[in-house]
Ligand binder design. Structure first.
Ligand SMILES: Nc1ncnc2c1ncn2[C@@H]1O[C@H](COP(=O)(O)OP(=O)(O)OP(=O)(O)O)[C@@H](O)[C@H]1O
Ligand SMILES: [Mg+2]
Length: 252
């Protein structure tokens, strides 16, 4: 197991945001975290990457307890995080932003990482010298993911990569996530866009007010009536679900 989050509790002041969350991610998987606003998805990712301290429980990465390891060391250990709201540097160029992602590995050549990011995101390659702050929303999202990839993470934590994007860009981001995973990076994906996240993921966890209320294979959650009612909304694309859960499978 690559990542083992065990019964973690996280507080903001006196308010418990995570009330004993456990989740596991195996090497090579895409695991989705879904849940309503305020359920604790972002907090879970921040705690894994070391941006928030935990008050109980522990986080094991490749079998070692990293619960108290500072965030920059977790980057070196192989945990990459593209945070919610993107957090790019607006006054730096695209390339400078990307190089900031390899900062934790200073002293190493970043050329091959840059090449790989530019290959995944040709749009960034075209705009190397443009300031981050003048990139469009979708381009900034690509930049945030690209920057996280610069440190060659073993697991990539993605917080709402499709947020605010037009449908065509949403599709593009999801296909790039698939490609990143195909190239060997494990992915833990937080998404409001639950239908698409579940179509992409191997497994998923459903969070409600700081606890995991359900976990299953993603394709099973797509057809779970409770999950459909609560998270997949009225816009559920049943054809896509049938396609995603039925391909190559004998029907019962
Ligand atoms: N900096 C903060 N200070 C105080 N409370 C916070 C802070 N950040 C988050 N919270 C609270 O912690 C809880 C979990 O928030 P979190 O951002 O993890 O939710 P989320 O599942 O990512 O929601 P969303 O889908 O809206 O992004 C919420 O009740 C939120 O109000
Ligand atoms: Mg969030």
């Amino acid at each position: 197991m690559l990542l083992d989050v065990h019964d973690i509790e996280v507080f903001y002041g006196k308010i418990a945001a995570l009330k004993g969350i456990s989740l596991q991610v195996d090497e090579g998987e895409i695991v989705a975290l879904i849940g309503a606003n305020g359920a604790g998805k972002t907090t879970t990712l921040k705690t894994i990457s070391g941006l928030r301290p935990l008050t109980a429980g522990k986080i094991l990465f490749e079998g070692s307890d990293i619960s108290r390891m500072p965030g920059h060391k977790r980057v070196v250990a192989g945990i990459g995080h593209a945070p919610e709201g993107r957090g790019i540097f607006p006054g730096m160029t695209v390339q400078e932003n990307l190089l900031m992602g390899s900062y934790a590995r200073k002293g190493r050549q970043a050329d091959s990482e840059l090449d790989e990011v530019y290959e995944l995101f040709p749009r960034l390659a075209e705009r190397k010298s443009q300031f981050g702050g003048t990139m469009s929303g979708g381009e900034q999202q690509m930049l945030a993911i690209g920057r996280a990839l610069m440190a060659k993470p073993k697991v990539l934590l993605l917080d709402e990569p499709s947020m605010g994007l037009a449908p065509i860009l949403v599709a593009q981001i999801f296909s790039i996530i698939t490609e990143i995973n195909r190239r060997g990076t494990t992915v833990l994906l937080v998404e409001q866009n639950a239908t698409q996240a579940l179509q992409l993921a191997d497994r998923a966890y459903v969070l409600e007010t700081g606890t995991v209320v359900k976990t299953a294979a993603a394709r099973d959650l797509l057809t779970d009536p409770q999950v459909q009612a609560a998270y997949l909304g009225g816009d559920l694309d049943t054809a896509a679900v049938a396609e995603s859960s039925g391909e190559g499978e004998p029907t019962a």
